[in-house]
Design a binder for this molecule. Sequence first.
Ligand SMILES: CC(C)(COP(=O)(O)OP(=O)(O)OC[C@H]1O[C@@H](n2cnc3c(N)ncnc32)[C@H](O)[C@@H]1OP(=O)(O)O)[C@@H](O)C(=O)NCCC(=O)NCCS
Length: 162
Amino acid sequence: MHLHHVDSAPVAPARPDSNGLSLISGFDALYPDIEHWFASKVAPGLSDGSRRLLIERDLDSVRGFAILKKEAHERKICTLWVRPDQRRRGVGQRLIDESIAWLECEKPMLTVPEEAILDFWGLLTRNGFELRQRAVNYYRLGRCEYVFNGRLPGPLDGAIMQ
Ligand SMILES: CC(C)(COP(=O)(O)OP(=O)(O)OC[C@H]1O[C@@H](n2cnc3c(N)ncnc32)[C@H](O)[C@@H]1OP(=O)(O)O)[C@@H](O)C(=O)NCCC(=O)NCCS
């Protein structure tokens, strides 16, 4: 299904001045550095065109979103999230389709925290994403990050979100 199909809410790139930061509030339990990352990397990247925020909305709230990174050396879906009551209806697939189109890359990198791997597994394997790394202690001590279509940089760069 295409994003602009008549019975689906549009997925639109947000403008840099939109309140993207509010989207990731609460994600700090999974990524302790996430607010700093958003302010220092995502916000400037939205301005210079190296990042994009895709948001699927219903009338008054966000159904799901993706944060994308497009640079010469890396194409990445940095964050992908669908509101719990909207899951298993195809929103995640539409966000993946639109991400692949904007990134101009069939297999962008995506990392998944262990808490969410079961949610993601069917969607990612059906889209041909390849599990390439299990990174333990990377963003959080004692926790595993599953890395698809790429590998995270070395342990010295560990806690820095890209
Ligand atoms: C992973 C995630 C994005 C998937 O989103 P989603 O909108 O549920 O994805 P989809 O609906 O496209 O697909 C999910 C499943 O629903 C199924 N599905 C899709 N439409 C359906 C429908 N109309 N009827 C029944 N099943 C359907 C898909 O086949 C898929 O099944 P599978 O997992 O068994 O392969 C979502 O679960 C999520 O946000 N989880 C938490 C993510 C998170 O923590 N993110 C932060 C770190 S990155």
